[in-house]
Design a protein around this ligand. Structure first.
Ligand code: PA5
Length: 462
């Protein structure tokens, strides 16, 4: 299981001005935390609560359909192209980067055990899109378009470009190269899929984009590139069981949620840095940044009072950002809580040869890159503590589907608990919708004429 170490947030280590007396805090919040956990588990099956993500690990049906489709198309495609934004893409990127062999898309088909390359188009940049189309043989590409609403302008414009190209290259057969993941009933992509006869997968009701990685949104691309999705669902289920424990002393998601909340509200540490010490885990920070920002950054609390609250997540990579951000983290404003993610056992070992023994770098020889990386994580943590900077450390035994699923699911539950502590709705995103609507207006979508007018006025004032 995942291990969680919060000692370097305690006042006994970093002093009372910046640290928390955690034994006392855990005792003070024991009842509230227990109520929050019970409440989440009670409400998770009720429609409209947006807690269906807590059930995704148990959806044998989704896992079965995903595996069946992956088996059906096995060997047919050289590339998977995922079209999606935000919640439709970030989880997929994070998990596939973690679990696939590094530089997967550069490996030969044999080295990939026959599985396809995978590309995520999570932006609309004409140069990078054209660049990708120049290297992709669309005839050998399975396009997975993912959108819950079915009408996000960026995703649907990507899709329109790709569909047109596929049709021109493949004629009527182009449909076999498209699979849509969307709402089961509503939305333009659902409508198009039915008209055109695309294979579809469903994003269940009450699963927000940023909590959707373990639905078909993530599981389908994972299965298509040979990631074992049973390992993933086993990881979620075991973590879910552990996080059902209502005792804060036993529940790591509750501990980290409370620590973040108190560090922000009592100690002025509003910035939360996600810093994995593993290149393969780099994109987990991007996924976490969206999860934490969209869930907790809110204008109103649950009673409708204007609060404008929310911690700001930042991403860093160990050791890379030791040489970029750590100066600021050690000596700048003491306003951050740093989350280290540490890997106990890497898949491979890389020895540093015993050369240049007569020089000052001789001590490195005979050691391993593995030890150096973890030694750097430990020393950075200690240095931060010397400067009275709080850190927590999440340790995973190894990078595999089981533990990555545990990590992501734990962070989702942590976010839900933090939402309850901040007293906000962690499952809506009105601030995202506002800009989406303005884009529709600006691009001339029918029904958005009034917004278009307001927008034109505001833009001319600016
Ligand atoms: O987390 C979210 O809700 C967003 O990031 C959405 O996933 C993103 O905006 C894409 O939305 P949709 O899936 O409706 O196209």
């Amino acid at each position: 299981m995942l291990k969680f170490d919060y000692r370097n947030c305690d006042a006994s280590v970093i002093g009372l001005e910046n640290g928390l007396v955690l034994v006392q805090e855990f005792a003070d919040y024991k009842t509230q935390i227990a109520e929050i956990i019970s409440d989440l588990n009670k409400r998770k099956d009720k429609p409209g609560q947006f807690l269906q993500w807590m059930n995704l690990g148990y959806s044998e049906e989704t896992a079965w359909y995903v595996k069946e489709f992956a088996a059906l198309v096995e060997g047919r495609f050289d590339n998977i192209l995922v079209l999606g934004m935000g919640g439709s893409a970030l989880g997929g990127i994070a998990v596939s980067e973690a679990l696939l062999t590094p530089y997967w898309n550069f490996l030969t088909k044999e080295e990939r055990n026959g599985y396809p390359r995978i590309f995520f188009l999570d932006n609309i940049d004409p140069d990078s899109m054209n660049g990708l189309f120049n290297i992709l043989d669309l005839k050998k590409t399975l396009v997975n378009v993912i959108t819950k609403s079915g009408d996000t302008a960026e995703i649907m414009s990507q899709f329109m470009v790709v569909k047109d190209r596929l049709e021109k290259e493949l004629g009527d057969d182009y449909r076999k190269n498209i699979v849509a993941t969307t709402d089961k009933k509503v939305g333009i992509l659902r409508q198009i899929s039915e008209q055109e006869g695309y294979k579809t997968f469903v994003i269940p009701d009450d699963v927000g984009g940023r909590f959707s990685v373990f639905s078909a949104v993530g599981l389908l691309p994972f299965a298509l590139v040979g990631i074992d999705i049973d390992e993933i669902t086993n990881g979620i289920k075991d973590m879910d069981l552990a996080l059902k424990n209502t005792d804060i002393n036993e529940n790591i998601a509750a501990q980290n949620a409370l620590i973040h909340y108190l560090m922000d509200t009592k100690k002025g540490k509003n910035l939360s840095v996600m810093m994995p010490y593993s290149s393969r885990l780099k994109y987990i920070s991007d996924w976490f940044v969206q999860l934490w920002s969209e869930s907790l950054g809110k204008e109103f609390d649950l009673q409708g009072n204007k609060v404008n609250i929310g911690p700001t997540p930042l991403k860093a990579l160990g050791v890379t950002d030791q040489h970029s951000q750590i100066q600021l983290y050690n000596e700048g404003p003491n306003d951050k809580l740093i989350n280290f993610i540490r890997v106990e056992n890497f898949d491979t070992t890389l020895e540093i040869p015993k050369i240049f023994e007569y020089t000052g770098i001789g001590y490195l020889g005979g050691n391993t890159i593995n030890n150096l990386l973890n030694a750097e994580a430990d020393s950075t943590k200690v240095a931060l503590a010397d400067y009275q900077r709080p850190t927590v450390t999440l340790t995973i035994p190894k990078i595999d589907g089981y533990h990555i699923a545990q990590l992501l699911y734990m962070l989702e539950v942590q976010t839900a608990i933090a939402g309850a502590l901040y007293n906000v709705n962690a499952f809506d995103q009105p601030g995202v919708e506002q800009a989406k609507n303005y884009t529709y207006a600006l691009m001339g979508r029918a029904g958005y004429e009034d917004s278009a007018q307001t927008l034109q006025q505001k833009m001319s004032i600016v």
